[in-house]
Design a protein. Structure first.
Length: 128
């Protein structure tokens, strides 16, 4: 039998990023489930910003691997990717983040702040 890396999907970012994120996510899920007297976790819904650099297929792979022999074994991991959005500091308009130097579609300003796209959070956990 090989090591975990032998079976993990190949990603340009490497393997440890998603593994450590998934381990932290699972720790929170199991702790929350125990505190709520759950016997089984059936679904975990997470939000991940598109700029976070997380590969959903890798996260799903590690989730399935790490949940074996836990109350979350067989649980569905549902991932919502949050698009990157900026808010114009001049007029307050929201627009998709399409890189540096993109002008606001309303006032043409390039002065904007990133307000969405870096999320990494558990939205909710379904338990039995």
């Amino acid at each position: 039998m090989g090591c975990l890396a032998d079976f993990a999907p190949e990603t340009p970012e490497g393997l440890m990023h998603e593994l450590s994120i998934c381990q932290s996510l699972l720790d929170i899920v199991l702790d929350t489930a125990r505190k709520n007297d759950a016997t089984r976790v059936s679904r975990v819904n997470v939000e991940i910003g598109e700029l976070r650099g997380v590969v959903p297929d890798s996260l799903t792979f590690y989730f399935e691997f790490l949940t074996k022999d836990t109350m979350a074994e067989g649980a569905e991991l549902h991932i919502d990717i949050v698009p990157a959005r900026k808010r114009c500091r001049t007029c307050g308009a929201m627009h998709l983040d399409e890189g540096d130097g993109v002008r606001c579609p309303l006032c043409q300003s390039t002065d904007a702040e990133l307000v969405m796209g870096m999320e990494l959070q558990i939205r909710d956990i379904e338990v039995e």
